[in-house]
Design a protein around this ligand. Sequence first.
Ligand SMILES: N[C@@H](CCC(=O)N[C@@H](CS)C(=O)NCC(=O)O)C(=O)O
Length: 205
Amino acid sequence: MDITLYHSPGACSDATFISLLEAGADFDVKIINIKLNEQSNPDYAALNPKKKIPFLVVDGRGLSENIAMQTWIAETFPEAKLLPSDNWEHKQALSYMGWFGSGIHQHITRHFKPAKFCSNEEAHSDIKAKSKAMYMEQLALIDAELSGKTWFFDHYTACDSYFFWIYERALRESFDLSVFEHCTAHNKRMHARENVQKMLAHTAS
Ligand SMILES: N[C@@H](CCC(=O)N[C@@H](CS)C(=O)NCC(=O)O)C(=O)O
C-alpha cells in the first residue's frame, strides 16, 4: 500500500501523523506549509480543492477530513486498536473526534485569524475573546471526561492523538490550560509517548 500524508507541521495533521506512527504504517510525508500558504499552490489545490491539511493519499486515492483519516487508519491497521472494538464505544470515539474537528477546532481558528471571518478590525479583539471563551468552555467538558482516566478509553486510541493537537494548538495561542488538570496530565502522557516525540522531531527537522 502506498500512503502519503500531506502535512503542515503544527497543523491538525500532527494528529493524523501520530496515528499513522501508532499504527505502524509505512508512509511518506509531504510538507505543505500553511504558514507559507502552500495549501493554495495550484498543484496542491488540484489534488485537494478544499486547500486544507491534512490530506491522505492511498494508492492514488485522496481522503480529506481528519475523522475519516483516523477511522481509515484504525480500520486498516486493526492490531494497533486505534478505535475501541465495542460498538457503542466505537461510536463514542467518532463522537469525540467529530466534536474535536467541528466543535472545538473552529474556536482556535477564529482566535488565530479573526480577520478571516470579519473585516472590521475593531471587532477582532471581541472575536478573539469570544472564541477563547468558547474553547475554554469545551475544554472544561473534556477535563471532566478525562477525570480518572489515562486515555479517552481503556487503552490508547486515535482520540488521544487528535486531542493532543486540540490542546497543543491552544497553548500556542497562549491560552492558560493549567486549570484543566486532567487535560494537562493527558498532554504530559502524550509527550512521553515515543510516537509523539517522533512526530515532533520530524516537525523540528
Ligand atoms: N475539516 C478539516 C479541517 C482541516 C483544517 O482546517 N486544517 C487547517 C490546518 S489545522 C488548514 O488546512 N488551514 C489552512 C487554511 O484554512 O487555509 C479536517 O477535519 O481535517
